[in-house]
Design a protein. Structure first.
Length: 363
């Protein structure tokens, strides 16, 4: 029967899940030159088949000018949104099987993080990002299991700005009077690590798309300059899944965090003052806290420093243990971005350190 098919499918997936469990995969995406930038000189010298990328620094000479970085995969500029998403599907299945997963977008402002996560325009379906595609598959897969598992799905959207958590869906009732979705008390889906953030039950991808639009609008509220603010804060879309197995009555709980991180650029200390300096310090601190947590997990440390930032606190249950993590690291190939490109790739290499042992022994 199809119940046995589902069990068999789960058994086959089990190996795939074991592969991913407790590890982090790092994918690097190179942003194309934008219209009007022409075919500028690129700092990407070549992209190898096995997740290698060679960066050339035009300001350096000889052997110091080139450096190779190694990741799980490197995507060239011509890769489509569908191809970017393709490897994410096993993660979505595992959320429905009761695992926690995180997908991060990391990189300097303008390197394409929002493009990967949300897409350039929520009204154009071919360019929808990982967020929408993940939710679409989540609902699709849950429907194929409808005879055996009853799923409830709830969404939260928060922003972390200067170590403060802001609920991006709290204004929902005021902004969308025709909205039929209601905000639930968090306690109805237990085990949440996000304090006081609205949890909205959703039934289909259109509901989520509506929420993403509201979240985007709310993100702009109170921001003096939208672009400025959104690049200085982390935004997290969390999907909570609760499944009840109809035969056994047992409950599965999983969640997926889709995280568009604040821009990773270092701010020149001599230039930044006041608010700008404070923002920069908070961002540096939380991104390095994230790097430290992931590195500690990779080294199987006994102490994992989750408490060092709001970001790592919020994601605590979904980093390490049986959780799975995917990071899309973005680079801007323009020559004037070379400094940030190298520091971004160094950060990513540290995050990918689980695989570095293997990479090193190949050298
Ligand atoms: P970030 O979120 O890192 O600040 P954005 O996602 O806003 O960067 O991207 C900056 C600009 O580059 C936007 O205009 C975006 O549409 C464009 N862009 C980013 N990545 C791509 C891509 N892969 N293909 C085409 N345009 C892109």
């Amino acid at each position: 029967s199809s119940y046995h098919q589902v069990l068999e499918e789960n058994r086959l997936l089990y190996n795939q899940v074991q592969d991913l469990k407790g590890t982090i995969r790092v994918y690097c995406r190179v942003r194309p030159f934008l219209p009007g930038q022409g075919d500028g000189e690129s700092t990407v010298d070549y992209i190898g088949e096995n997740g290698n990328i060679m960066i050339v620094n035009p300001y350096k000479q000889g052997k110091d000018a080139r450096r190779v970085f190694n990741f799980n995969k490197v995507f060239a500029t011509n890769v489509t949104q569908e191809q970017i998403y393709a490897d994410t599907q096993p993660l979505i299945r595992s959320v429905l099987d009761g695992y926690n997963c995180c997908i991060f977008a990391y990189g300097q402002t303008g390197s394409g993080k929002t493009y990967t996560m949300s897409g350039p325009d929520l009204n154009t379906d071919e360019t929808w990002g990982v967020n929408y595609r993940a939710l679409r598959d989540l609902f699709h897969i849950s429907r194929t299991r409808v005879d055996f598992i009853e799923y409830e799905v709830g969404v939260q959207m928060i922003e972390i700005y200067n170590e403060q958590v802001r609920d991006l869906l709290c204004l929902l009732l005021y902004t969308l009077t025709t909205c039929t979705l209601d905000i639930r008390n968090n306690s109805q889906l237990n085990g949440l690590n996000v304090p006081d953030a609205s949890l909205v039950p959703v039934k289909c991808t259109e509901d989520v798309l509506d929420l993403m639009k509201i979240g985007q609008r709310n993100r702009a509220v109170g921001a003096t300059a939208l672009n400025e603010r959104s690049s200085r804060s982390h935004s997290i879309l969390t999907v909570h899944v609760r499944g009840k197995e109809l035969v056994s009555g047992s409950i599965l709980k999983g969640c997926l965090h889709l995280v568009d991180l604040a821009g990773s650029e270092r701010v020149d200390k001599s230039e930044a003052v006041g608010e700008r300096l404070k923002e920069a310090q908070h961002i540096n601190r939380s991104l390095s806290a994230l790097g430290d947590v992931i590195a500690a997990l990779a080294q199987k440390s006994t102490h994992i420093p989750y408490r060092n930032s709001k970001l790592t606190q919020v994601l605590q249950d979904s980093l390490g243990g049986h959780a799975k993590t995917l990071m899309f690291v973005h680079i801007n190939p323009e020559v004037n971005a070379i400094g940030e490109t190298i520091s971004t790739l160094k950060f990513a290499e540290r995050v990918a350190s689980i695989d570095l042992g293997a990479a090193r022994s190949n050298k």
